[in-house]
Ligand binder design. Structure first.
Ligand code: URA
Length: 422
């Protein structure tokens, strides 16, 4: 077998055989297939697609490139959630402790942000002392003792994906549905969760800009999970505007704690409860009420124990950026649009995200929103507050916000639902 013949097969719109797929993933993980050859293959896949059999085999080969975790020693059923990424998407933070408070074990292997989308680990690292890197034994011990753990995936889990994802990121090949589906599902199946709820984001701030593409991605992932014995469900949810009122690391932790305290923005609460219901149902837990667990403090209790178990201080003051800049409403009326992508880029430019994987992030940086689409605003009132430690970034962030919102009479405004489809 050789890489050139595999590339030629896909370049010429052929189907890759099982043997070709197994060989190319294994040889790439071992360094025998070069990055430039894998980039050519990834581009051929992006342009010419893969059928269900090829995607399933590609996913299985990526799982086989590393270890598989085993949660069978736990007394509770496991339930995990994966979001395809968005702006202000802090849902994992309140959701994991909430679902644990309702009786499931939540092994939440999470990632860092790249580009305009935020990452759960970057957010939690703004809590003084909190550690994302746990050994498999530590992860299992927190999961067993607390019921929820949020940590980085270990190097042993789907190493082929780790290598391939980094390559796709710099070769314009992230947005291929077969590659996204196999990347996400290889990690989730190798992780060993019994059930999985996928939050597939749709809109300007998401990878999938249209409902049709999101549906295809969702049904591909649900098929992969189901065929591997993982009870898998997907919701398509709106990402045309940011979730909640904050985009940035410490800013989003603060908002998540508000949700755990029984408050917080309505859209964040709604999506957290909707996903919690799906996770509990998928895990076979039917007698719990997530809304009650938010209101009575039991989810907050799990959050505090989860943060402490990973070295964090749940009572510590969160970092605040040194400088603020307020964007005021230019006119009075109804805010009819606030674009997720533009706000995500602004938060990223202010220092909340990174341009390259190895860049540091600023814990306090980001965008705070003072109104959501549908809210009435008055000329001169604060609309957005930009936060950063490096004020020379304000101009660059403000450029991305030009044309990012509309204020009108509101006569033709219709609110987009948070959950679009199941
Ligand atoms: N998240 C992943 O883990 N992989 C992708 O390919 C895209 C988003």
């Amino acid at each position: 077998m050789d890489a050139i013949s595999v590339i030629r097969t896909k370049r010429d719109r052929g189907e890759l055989t099982d043997e070709q797929i197994d060989w190319v993933i294994d040889a790439y993980t071992r360094g025998e297939v070069a990055d430039e050859q894998m980039s050519a293959l990834a581009m051929a896949i992006l342009l010419n697609g893969m059928d269900r059999r090829e995607i399933a085999r590609w996913t299985a080969a990526m799982i086989a490139s590393g270890e598989r975790m085993d949660f069978s020693s736990l007394s509770r059923p496991t339930a995990d959630k994966h979001s395809t990424g968005g702006v202000g998407d802090k849902i994992t933070l309140p959701l994991a402790p909430l679902v644990a408070a309702c009786g499931a074990a939540v092994p939440q292997l999470s990632g860092r942000g790249l580009g305009h989308t935020g990452g759960t680990l970057d957010k939690l690292e703004s809590i003084p002392g909190w550690r994302a890197l746990l050994s498999n034994e530590e992860m299992l011990s927190v999961l067993d003792g607390v019921g929820a753990v949020i940590c980085a995936a270990g190097d042993g889990l789907a190493p082929a994906d780790k290598k391939l994802y980094a390559l796709r990121d710099v070769t314009g090949t992230v947005e291929a549905i077969p590659l996204i589906a196999s990347s996400i599902m290889s990690k989730k199946i190798a992780e060993g969760t019994g059930s999985l709820v996928l939050d597939v984001k749709v809109g300007s701030g998401a990878f999938m800009k249209t409902v049709e593409d999101a549906r295809e991605l969702a049904s591909t992932m649900v098929g992969l999970g189901t065929d591997s014995g993982v009870k898998t469900v997907a919701l398509l949810t709106d990402m045309s505007t940011p979730l909640g009122l904050t985009a940035g690391n410490a800013l989003e932790v603060r908002e998540s704690v508000e949700v755990l305290a029984g408050g917080g923005p309505a859209d964040v609460v709604e999506l957290t409860i909707a996903l919690a219901r799906e996770m509990l149902e998928a895990a076979g837990i039917r007698d719990a009420d997530p809304a009650k667990a938010l209101a009575d403090g039991s989810a907050m209790d799990v959050w505090r124990r989860m943060i402490s178990a990973q070295g964090g201080d749940p009572d510590a003051a969160l970092p605040v950026a040194r400088e603020q800049h307020v964007v005021k409403a230019p006119s009075s009326g109804v805010l009819t649009r606030l674009d997720a992508y533009d706000v995500g880029v602004a938060a990223w430019r202010l220092g909340a995200g990174r341009a390259r994987k190895e860049d540091p992030v600023q814990a306090g940086a980001g965008v705070e929103m003072h109104a959501k689409p549908g809210d009435r605003v008055t000329e001169g009132q604060p609309l957005l507050t930009l936060h950063t430690d490096t004020p020379d970034r304000f101009d660059y962030a403000l450029q991305s916000l030009e044309g990012s919102f509309d204020i009108g009479s509101g006569g033709d405004f219709t609110a987009t639902p948070v959950v679009l489809e199941r």
